[in-house]
Design a binder for this molecule. Structure first.
Ligand code: UD1
Ligand code: CA
Length: 462
């Protein structure tokens, strides 16, 4: 893009219609706050500076985006969208160029659309360019009123006459403006309207009155300009964004058996030839390798999954790392800090937490491995439990390479099981086991001859 481009993002309103304690622009769509999507768009367009206008929930918003290159402007009292833009004058004092105005509650706009708005703005030499859309049901939006010389003004739903309410071209709330000139125009805007607010939309009429050029650029796909004011619109926008993200994954070579029932957050990456069944949820900072198979009900957050990993139905994985060629589940629970080196198998009802497993180690059934360091080629029998918590502290269990753990073993941590050793089934292991030993810790069996037969006979007589 040619001249310097700054971006103002309006995000100070309360969002009353959301009926929420959370500021509207922090409500997430596909795992990212609404405002986060808008900021990402501004960054993609190389806007500098990016100035979000905040007011309601300002501290919470600042905290959420701490560390990002943003220059917040405060609008202490929400007196309208026009007043909100005026509040950025201090931050943009030295800025001379084009100003892209985005709304924190319009998160689906594509950068291509904004680029063509910018191009049209530059080519026409306009002072104000507004992005419009044609809607079958324009209810609630500001309407674009055109005259012989193009756009004359914008009228809000609450101020519109019956005839104006029938206009289907709406204001998306997105503009390109010439700065700093726009601030002079804004000062002439009054608040004598149905809501008693300083409307940014009145800048159109103000520019026209001053004899300046105004253009309107209509988006092709109206859906991307939708504003979110309530939870119905939030769900609708989420559905649209999800469809867009899912399409990208399919274009990248990922098979989604039912894209409408696949929930992948923004920022997740998946390599080609992975197959995802319906009802899968993937969120946070997650990367998934190629040729994986994710069955229904799999839920993954903030994890790295290698290649050819088979996650069977109902498995939950968070903050974990799964190496190549692992088979997990069904119904396994990999909690934070699980690290599988590769070729591991964790079967049904296996739970892990802060557990590392070396290559080819496996736990095929009904097991809890917490605070455990497990070497290579270890076989953990059915029903094994690491007793890692003594009520006060957590302790580690170390199991070295090539150990065979018999079924129904408890390891009372802290302890180390030496390389190549074997644990007899049903053992409660409380002390270290030396390498290559057999450890067996259970009471000896006693057989009472004929006892059961005698008991049966007695019961019959009664
Ligand atoms: C606004 C437009 C309307 C347009 C619609 C598109 C005005 C007067 N109306 O209406 O023409 O069709 O967007 O979605 O501009 N905000 C502030 N400070 C304020 C008021 C609002 O920062 O004092 C922010 C809000 O947080 C929100 C944005 O501005 O992100 C739009 O405000 P909102 O109240 O949602 O306006 P709409 O009624 O949707
Ligand atoms: Ca709105």
């Amino acid at each position: 893009m040619q001249k310097p481009l700054a971006c103002v993002i309006l995000a100070a309103g309360q969002g009353t219609r959301m009926k929420s304690a959370l500021p509207k622009v922090l409500h997430p769509l596909c795992g990212r706050p609404m405002l986060g999507h808008v900021i990402a768009t501004a960054k993609e367009l190389d806007c500098d500076p990016i100035v979000p206008v905040i007011g309601h929930g300002a501290e919470q918003i600042r905290r959420q985006f701490a560390g990002e290159a943003l220059r917040f402007a405060l609008q202490a009292e929400q007196l309208g969208t026009g007043h909100a833009l005026l509040c950025t004058e201090g931050e943009l004092r030295d800025f001379c160029g084009d100003l892209l105005l985005l709304c924190g509650d319009v998160p689906l706009l594509r950068t291509e659309t904004l680029r063509s708005l910018h191009d049209e703005h530059v080519n026409s030499g306009a002072t104000v360019s507004v992005l419009t859309a044609r809607l079958v049901n324009p209810f609630g939006y500001g309407r674009i009123v055109r005259g012989p010389q193009g756009v004359e003004r914008i009228v809000e739903e609450k101020d519109a006459t019956a005839a104006e309410k029938r206009l289907q071209e709406i204001n998306t709330g997105i503009y390109l403006l010439r700065a700093p000139h726009v601030f002079d125009l804004l000062r002439s805007v009054r608040n004598d309207n149905a809501q008693g607010e300083y409307y940014l939309t009145d800048i159109i009429a103000a520019a026209r009155a001053a004899g300046e050029r105004v253009t309107a650029h209509q988006v092709d796909a109206a859906a991307e300009a939708m504003g979110i004011n309530d939870r119905v619109q939030l769900a609708e926008a989420t559905r649209l964004l999800r469809a867009r993200l899912n399409r990208q994954h399919m274009e990248n070579g990922v098979t989604l058996i039912d894209p409408a029932a696949t929930y992948i957050d923004a920022g997740v990456t998946i390599a080609a030839d992975s197959v995802i069944h319906p009802g899968v949820q993937i969120g946070g900072e997650t990367r998934i390798g190629g040729a994986c198979l994710l069955e229904s009900g799999v839920t993954i957050r903030d994890s790295v999954i290698g290649e050819r990993v088979h996650l069977k139905a109902g498995s939950v994985v968070s903050e974990s790392h799964i190496g190549d060629d692992c088979a997990i589940g069904p119904m396994a629970h990999l909690r934070p800090g699980t690290e599988l080196a590769g070729q591991n198998k964790l079967g049904n009802f296996v739970e892990t937490k802060k557990a590392t497993l070396g290559e080819r180690s496996q736990a095929s059934h009904l097991t809890y491995l917490g605070d455990a360091t497990i070497g290579r080629n270890v076989n953990i029998g059915c029903g094994t439990i690491t007793c890692n918590y003594d009520g006060v502290n957590k302790h580690r269990t170390v199991i070295e390479d090539d150990v065979f753990v018999g079924s129904d073993t408890q390891f009372v941590a802290p302890l180390t099981v030496g390389r190549g050793s074997l644990i007899g089934a049903g053992s409660t292991i409380t002390r270290d086991v030396p390498a290559d030993a057999l450890a067996i810790a259970r009471s000896e069996q006693k057989n009472v001859e004929g006892w059961a037969a005698r008991k049966r006979e007695k019961t019959c007589k009664e």
